[in-house]
Write a protein that binds this ligand. Structure first.
Ligand SMILES: CC(C)(COP(=O)(O)OP(=O)(O)OC[C@H]1O[C@@H](n2cnc3c(N)ncnc32)[C@H](O)[C@@H]1OP(=O)(O)O)[C@@H](O)C(=O)NCCC(=O)NCCS
Length: 179
């Protein structure tokens, strides 16, 4: 049983999430995930910024944006001390379930080609590689594009089912009213 709970980010989380994005994802690049950009997604009706917390401390978060039949994972990060404990699996599982409920079946994402941990993680969670885009990250590094079809009957992700959020935030009502 995970000792984390999932809940939507609030506006006050944005500076910490931006710092995590820069430390965990954007190292060696010009930062693009500013506090303002995170805040934009917190407020955006078509995005979910989901956090994983242990007590009150942030352990990880993910940003997904939903369209009619597809969704895009913009960010996923887990603080080092909490890695390999199923936090990314729980975050992604919840966001995928939300996508499925909303009728968005294809989840897309890009990751840095040199990010072996993330690549292994997404493969373990049922994603497949589509292609490689040279120079995608500011001309410094290529991106690998990956996708997963989350429809029932599509290849399931390995492991436990997603953990429901502790605050009653329902995946069936992802259109949110942010605090
Ligand atoms: C990639 C990342 C999000 C994984 O988070 P996590 O909470 O440790 O992942 P989980 O514990 O849910 O792992 C799920 C599965 O993915 C695979 N996996 C995760 N990290 C792995 C690693 N470092 N090496 C190999 N496989 C890994 C495993 O199969 C794992 O299942 P298992 O632990 O039962 O074997 C985390 O390492 C991270 O934040 N990295 C820096 C930011 C980043 O790369 N973000 C993604 C790209 S934007």
């Amino acid at each position: 049983m995970l000792d984390f709970h999932l809940q939507p980010a609030c506006r006050g989380d944005a500076p910490r999430l931006a710092a995590m994005a820069q430390q965990c994802v954007e190292h060696g690049l010009r930062p693009r995930w500013s506090t303002a950009r995170i805040l934009w997604h917190v407020r955006d009706a078509d995005s979910v910024v989901l956090t994983a917390r242990r007590a009150d401390a942030l352990a990880g978060f993910a940003v997904m944006r939903y369209a009619d039949t597809a969704a895009h994972l913009n960010l996923l990060a887990v603080v080092p001390v909490h890695r390999r404990r199923g936090v990314a699996r729980a975050l992604l599982g919840w966001l995928e379930e939300t996508a499925r409920t909303a009728g968005a079946f294809d989840i897309g994402l890009e990751l840095r080609a040199g990010n072996a941990a993330a690549r292994a993680c997404y493969l373990a969670l049922g994603y497949r590689e589509l292609d490689c885009i040279p120079g995608y990250y500011q001309g410094v590094e290529a991106a690998i594009r990956m996708t997963r079809d989350v429809r029932a009957g599509a290849t399931p992700a390995a492991g436990a089912p997603p953990q429901p959020p502790a605050d009653g935030y329902s995946s069936a009502s992802r259109r949110k009213s942010n605090s």
